[in-house]
Each structure stands twice: as C-alpha cells, then as structure tokens.
Ligand binder design. Sequence first.
Ligand code: SF4
Length: 82
Amino acid sequence: MFGRGRAPAPGAPRIILRRRKIDSAALRAMTRICPGACFRFGARDRIEVSPESCLRCGTCRTVGEATGEIEWSGGWSAVASA
Ligand code: SF4
C-alpha cells in the first residue's frame, strides 16, 4: 500500500514528500490528522505517504505549504468544492 513509484489512482492528487534530514512535527502529525490515513510511519520512523485513499481534503497541502515537505498537485474533489 505504501510502495514507491506507484502511479496515483485516476483523479487522485499526486503527493510527493520533499525529504528533510528529519521529518518536521507538522509532517509527523499528518499520521494523526489525515482523514484518509494516507500518512504513516515507515522504515526508520520516517513518514511515508500513499494517496490511494485520499479524500482530497487539502490538509496536507496546507501543511506542505508551511513546511515545504509536501508537494501536492491535483484537482480538488467534488466533495471539497461542493
Ligand atoms: S488531501 Fe487530505 S486525505 Fe488526502 S492525503 Fe492530504 S490530508 Fe490526507
């Protein structure tokens, strides 16, 4: 589920981690606040992302703008814009 290099599902946002030496507290918090459970702790306690269950809420996009650790691209969902 959290593999690398996998193409996102059609319509799913593309979420790429821009790695720092240490994951920020904000990025680590994504494991608790992402409603799609797309973030988790992986090898060596580093954050991994798998957007297959993404709900396109945009929370990680906001966090990524603040820390620069998340590159987010893709359209907003019908749910988010309705
Ligand atoms: S957009 Fe929302 S659901 Fe999707 S990965 Fe980011 S925080 Fe999780």
